[in-house]
Design a protein around this ligand. Structure first.
Ligand SMILES: Nc1ncnc2c1ncn2[C@@H]1O[C@H](COP(=O)(O)OP(=O)(O)OP(=O)(O)O)[C@@H](O)[C@H]1O
Length: 308
C-alpha cells in the first residue's frame, strides 16, 4: 500500500541553517501520529513542506505518492490547520463556505455541530474572535474537511482545557467513523497522548524517535534508590540517563523490567516509575537515542556504573 505520507532524505536549509536534516518518515494511512519536539525543532517546516507551502532544499516529501508542491490534486486531499492561520476580513459562515469549496469530503452538518460545541456563531466576523475562538474555528474546519491527510500544527493556541478536550473527543469519534491520516504537532504531549498510535520526535531538524506508542508505553522506567541496588538493576541494560545524589542514584532504563527484577527492586528499596510519553519525548530530545533516523528503544548504553 502506498504510504499516506513518505518523507525521504528531506532537508530544508535557511541561510546555511538546517531546519530539517535528512529526515526519513513513513506514515501509513488511517493512523494518528503525534509530531513532537522542542521549539525550533523543525515541526512546522515539515508540515509546511507536506502542505506544499514550502520547498525542500533536497530530498522528497510525498502525500499518497505525489509531491504536494507540484500536484494540485494532492492539495485537495489534504487540509493544513496552523496555529497562526490568517483569515481575510470575513464572517465565520463565509470561512466555512470557502473551506467547503476546497474540500471534497466536507461535511456541513458536522461543521455546524462543531461551531455549536465551541460556541461560535456563523455571523460573527473572524477578526473579532479571541485567539482561542480563532483556534476553535481552525479545528472545526480541519475536522469537517475530513481530508484524507489532516495536518494540525499546534492547532489549539489559546484554547481552554474544556475546549481542548472537546477537540480530542471529536477528533477520535470522527476518526473512528471516517478513518484518515492525521499528523498533529503539539507540545501538550501527555494531554494528547491517548490520540496517538505513533509518535515522531524531531530535535534540531533530525528524527530522534519514531515509534508506536504501544511500544513505548511502560517500556521506559526511572529506577531510583540506593546507588548499588540501582547499579545492580541497570547492569547490562540500555541506560538513557544517570543521576547520583550522595548514596542515592536514579537511572532511566529502556526495555521491559522482568518480574524477577521487579521483586529484586522491591526487596532492595528501589522505586520503579514508568516514564510518561512526555518524559520519553524529553529524553529523546535530550539525545538519549543518538540521532539515527529510526531508533529502537534499546539504543542507550550501559557501559559505566553510577556508583563507581
Ligand atoms: N522562513 C524562515 N527563515 C529562516 N529560518 C526559519 C524559517 N522558518 C523556520 N526557520 C528556522 O527553522 C527552525 C525550525 O523552525 P520550525 O518553525 O519548523 O520549528 P518548530 O518545531 O515548529 O518550532 P515551535 O515548536 O517553536 O513552533 C528554527 O530554527 C527556525 O528559526
Amino acid at each position: 500500500m502506498t504510504p499516506a505520507i513518505s518523507v525521504s532524505g528531506l532537508t530544508r536549509r535557511y541561510r546555511g541553517h538546517a531546519a530539517l536534516d535528512e529526515v526519513d518518515i513513513v506514515i501509513e494511512p488511517g493512523t494518528i501520529t503525534g509530531l513532537l519536539g522542542r521549539n525550533g525543532a523543525g515541526k512546522t517546516t515539515l508540515l509546511r513542506i507536506l502542505a506544499g507551502q514550502e520547498f525542500p532544499s533536497s530530498g522528497t516529501a510525498r502525500i499518497h505518492g505525489a509531491a504536494p508542491a507540484e500536484d494540485e490534486q494532492v492539495l485537495r486531499r489534504l487540509v493544513f490547520v496552523r496555529e497562526d492561520q490568517v483569515y481575510p476580513d470575513i464572517k465565520i459562515g463565509q470561512a466555512l463556505r470557502a473551506a467547503s469549496w476546497c474540500c471534497p469530503n466536507w461535511d456541513g452538518e458536522f461543521a455546524s455541530s462543531l461551531l455549536e460545541d465551541f460556541g461560535l456563531q456563523t455571523n460573527k466576523p473572524v477578526k473579532r474572535l479571541s485567539r482561542g475562538q480563532r483556534s476553535a474555528l481552525g479545528i472545526a474546519i480541519g475536522l469537517a474537511a475530513r481530508a484524507e491527510v489532516t495536518l494540525f500544527d499546534e492547532p489549539y493556541a489559546g484554547l481552554d482545557a474544556v475546549a481542548r478536550q472537546l477537540f480530542y473527543d471529536r477528533l477520535l469519534a470522527d476518526f473512528a467513523a471516517f478513518p484518515r491520516t492525521v499528523l498533529l504537532s503539539t507540545h501538550l504531549i501527555d494531554e494528547a497522548a491517548a490520540l496517538f498510535e505513533n509518535v515522531v520526535v524531531i530535535d534540531r531538524g533530525r528524527v530522534v524517535l519514531n515509534a508506536a506508542v504501544d511500544e513505548l508505553r511502560g517500556a521506559v522506567t526511572r529506577v531510583s534508590g540506593p546507588c548499588l541496588a540501582v547499579d545492580a538493576l541497570a547492569e547490562g541494560r540500555a541506560v538513557w540517563e544517570r543521576r547520583r545524589l550522595g548514596s542515592q542514584a536514579s537511572v532511566v532504563l529502556a526495555g521491559p523490567i522482568a518480574p524477577g527484577d521487579r521483586e529484586q527492586a522491591r526487596l532492595s528499596g528501589v522505586d520503579l516509575t514508568p516514564l510518561s510519553l512526555q518524559q520519553i519525548a524529553v529524553q529523546a530530545a535530550a539525545g538519549a537515542f543518538g540521532s539515527a533516523p529510526r531508533i529502537g528503544l534499546e539504543s542507550g548504553f550501559a557501559t559505566e556504573r553510577t556508583c563507581a
